[in-house]
Design a protein around this ligand. Sequence first.
Ligand code: PRT
Ligand code: ZN
Length: 297
Amino acid sequence: MSPDRNRLHLALQKSGRLSEQSRQLLKDAGLKLVDGGKNALSGRAENFPLDLMLVRDDDIPTFVADGVCELGIVGQNVLEEYALGQPERRFEQVARLGFGRCSLKIAAPDSIGRFDLAMLEGQRIATSYPQLTARFLAERGIAAEVVTMRGAVELAPRLGIAGFVCDLVSTGATLDANGLTAVADVFESEAVLVQTRRPIDRAHAEKVEALLARINGVIATAESKYIVLNAPEAALPAIIRILPGAEAPTVVPLIGRQGHVAVQAVCQESVFWETLERLKAEGASAILVMPIEKMML
Ligand code: PRT
Ligand code: ZN
């Protein structure tokens, strides 16, 4: 299959923790995705000039850096690990996507007791992320041996391969089940959209811009709410300060209620019940919080 140069190419994880949400993001951005079923290595959008390359997540940074794909969706952990092993950074992170959150942590057997970073000195640390682990150690001036394992890292202490592990953690259940406890944070990660730094022609750049605008809209919409409320004019400064992430709210007079106004604002952060209670305490009334279906910034 030779790539069609009139279409954009986006590398996605074929099957794994990021696949489902990566596809959902593209669907939320209005793309109708079609692919050849379970074993297909590629897919396409019917209503946008975009082809999908369905690959292992570890291959995504290479695809994007080499310009085989103009775009990719991958975990920052995989991306940064790759970048640290390269002489130059040939891709750019263009959006944080808010899913696939996890952190790379150093963990030790539960029996460790009180931990101090100096305890890593001269030890062996098993990990699938040797570059990120080595950077963490180097930045702190710790001399320890990094042992690379492709999988089953949690077993290393029990097998006597290493005294510590450095692995991804989300709920912590895997560490618990293996009698390990997290002792240091190495790297925070989430899924991101990356773009190649290879030169792309103008027509392609415009397609990237259009897709990016939609994706940014989806991300912004996920957290955003539209708030409408009535308030005494005198309370406006206090009320606007409480509205989370609201820029330049609209304020209009209320006919027949001197000194009162209606406020409308897009809040780009979560709106909690506590926020509403604080607004009410400042004199706001008739507070409505509405979801936003689509947004283009
Ligand atoms: O086949 P392919 O190479 O594409 O997939 P993969 O097996 O290498 O990766 P996959 O699908 O497991 O993960 C893809 C990406 O999801 C990772 O690169 C991270 O960016 C992100 N992610 C988020 C995670 C986790 N959470 C996670 N918990 N990746 C792995 N884990 C593993 C971790 O390694 C450990 O074994 O889950 C276990 C810990 O989970 P908890 O919940 O018990 O703490
Ligand atoms: Zn992988």
